[in-house]
Design a protein around this ligand. Structure first.
Ligand SMILES: [Zn+2]
Length: 75
């Protein structure tokens, strides 16, 4: 095989939890709408923020940390 894709390179694998919130009409309260676990797909040792291309999210965190991110969506 001459497949040149570097798919065997280990991914960073950092985790983060993304919570999408929204504010129902007539209230001032944020409600959690969905919860997604993000996985960084960048190579191990990459520079800059972690990136989950599947969910189009990036985040910064110290090594080994698994932060919780909040994203607010308007209806
Ligand atoms: Zn990463």
């Amino acid at each position: 095989m001459t497949d040149d894709l570097d798919i065997t390179k280990p991914a960073c694998g950092a985790h983060a939890t993304l919570i999408v919130t929204l504010t129902p009409a007539g209230t001032a309260t944020n409600v959690a709408r969905s919860r997604v676990v993000l996985h960084c797909a960048m190579p191990v040792g990459h520079k800059g923020p972690h990136l989950d291309p599947e969910h189009a999210e990036q985040w910064e965190a110290p090594e080994g940390a698994a932060p919780t991110l909040l994203r607010h969506e308007e209806d």
